[in-house]
Design a protein around this ligand. Structure first.
Ligand code: GUN
Length: 174
C-alpha cells in the first residue's frame, strides 16, 4: 500500500504529481485533479475535499452526465471481466459485491438495466457508505422512481461522496 500524504507533502507536490496521485478520485475523470491542482496550497484536507465538491457542483449538465456515464455498472460486465479501476474494484469488495449469491447478482443486474434504460446513465451510489448489498438494492429500487433531473443531482452527490472517501484513502488524515 502506498504511504499516505501529509498536508505538507500534498501541498509540496508538483502539478504533474498531484494529477497522477488524484487522477481517479472522480472515476476515470482526471480533469478534476487537473482543475483542483491549480487551487493548491490547501489549508486542510477538508478544504481540498470542498474544492473537488465545488468543481463537481459547477460542471455543466453535459459533463455531469458524462461523469455518471463513465461509472461501471455495480457488479456488472466490467466487474465480471476484472476490468474495473483499482478504486472501483476495492469499493466492490468492501461491500461484498464480489461475493453475491446468483440470486442477488441477478436482481442487481435486472435493476441496473432498468435504471439505465430509464435514465441513460448507470446507477451510482457511494457503496462504501451504503455498506451493505441490501442498502444498495433498496437504493436502486427507490431511486428508479425519481425524475431524471433528480437522479442527475443525486448521482453527482454520490460521486462527491465517493471522491471524498477516495481522497481520504490517499492522505494521512489523523
Ligand atoms: N460506487 C462506488 N464505486 C462505484 C462504481 O464504480 N460504480 C458505480 N456505479 N457506483 C459506485
Amino acid at each position: 500500500m502506498q504511504t499516505k500524504l501529509s498536508l505538507e507533502q500534498l501541498n509540496a507536490l508538483t502539478s504533474a504529481e498531484f494529477h497522477k496521485v488524484f487522477e481517479n478520485v472522480v472515476e476515470s475523470w482526471p480533469e478534476a485533479a487537473i482543475f483542483c491542482s491549480a487551487m493548491t496550497p490547501f489549508k486542510s484536507f477538508d478544504s481540498m475535499i470542498t474544492t473537488f465538491d465545488n468543481y463537481l457542483h459547477r460542471l455543466s449538465r453535459e459533463n455531469k452526465l458524462r461523469i455518471l456515464r463513465i461509472h461501471p455498472d455495480l457488479a456488472g460486465k466490467l466487474f465480471v471481466e476484472n476490468k474495473l479501476t483499482a478504486d472501483s474494484s476495492y469499493e466492490h469488495c468492501c461491500v461484498g459485491l464480489d461475493k453475491l449469491s446468483p440470486d442477488d447478482q441477478n436482481q442487481l443486474t435486472i435493476m441496473n438495466k432498468r435504471y439505465k434504460d430509464k435514465f441513460g446513465f448507470p446507477f451510482v451510489i457511494c457503496v462504501r457508505e451504503a455498506s451493505k448489498f441490501e442498502a444498495i438494492l433498496k437504493g436502486i429500487t427507490e431511486r428508479i422512481n425519481n425524475s431524471p433531473d433528480m437522479e442527475l443531482e443525486i448521482g453527482i452527490n454520490e460521486v462527491k461522496k465517493i471522491c471524498r472517501l477516495r481522497i481520504l484513502q490517499l492522505v494521512n488524515n489523523l
